[in-house]
Design a protein around this ligand. Structure first.
Ligand code: E4P
Length: 217
């Protein structure tokens, strides 16, 4: 299972990278705006900065929603670095753009996936990744894990190479459940990744070991 960090914050990306378990990064326009990045030059430079920190797939989202715009932006993004994955929204023109980039050997991540049918279409178009959003489905009382199960079944039935990139992760249980189902990748805020570390019995046990270690000196 691959671990991506879902942020455009360079400090958090560095912190996750230093853990040694990071396989990639996902960003979106909201995450970029949160970092105060403004203008094309600044956006492109930010992606270059991320690529210098992490040697893995870096999803960079197009801002256009029409085919020509997605192709123009996607080509510019892909030219930045070999690890850039062009992130494309699940709309009709997005499907065409996925096919276009797939035919050119450029990696893609189809974002805003909320149904098995959307995932199937993206896989048919040759997407490298599909990003089903867990947290946003849970927010409206829809079982997000069922969606991951359904996509897993469909992709396995037909041996699609498209990877399931579980997104909109809100807590460590999302990560555990995705691992149980067999999502290929999770993209998570740093806090949920770090929450996997925590257990009170570990803390108590370590405190005892540290205290007893002093007796051995
Ligand atoms: C990642 O690719 C998605 O854009 C992101 O996980 C969405 O997360 P959110 O629902 O917490 O905004």
């Amino acid at each position: 299972m691959k671990f991506f960090i879902d942020t455009a914050n360079l400090d958090q990306i560095k912190e996750a990278q230093e853990l040694g378990i990071l396989d990639g990064v996902t960003t979106n326009p909201s995450l970029m705006a949160k970092e105060g990045i403004k203008g094309t030059e600044a956006i492109l430079q930010h992606y270059k900065n991320i690529c210098e920190i992490v040697d893995g797939d870096i999803s960079a989202e197009v801002l256009s929603v029409d085919f020509e715009g997605m192709v123009r932006e996607g080509e510019e993004l892909a030219a930045l670095h070999e690890n850039i994955v062009v992130k494309i929204p699940m709309v009709k023109d997005g499907i065409k753009a996925l096919k276009y980039f797939s035919d050119k050997g450029i990696k893609t991540n189809c974002t805003l996936i909320f149904s098995p049918g959307q995932a199937l279409l993206a896989a048919k178009a040759g997407a490298t990744y599909v990003s089903p959003f867990l947290g946003r489905l849970d927010d409206i009382s829809v079982d997000s894990l069922k969606l991951i199960e359904d996509i897993r079944l469909i992709f396995d039935n037909y041996m699609f190479e498209t990877e399931i990139l579980a997104a909109s992760i809100r807590n460590p249980m999302h990560i555990i459940n995705c691992a149980k189902i067999g999502a290929d990748v999770i993209t998570s805020p740093l806090a949920s990744i770090l929450a996997l570390l925590a257990h009170p019995l570990t803390d108590n046990g370590l405190a005892t070991f540290v205290a007893d270690a002093k007796k051995l000196a």
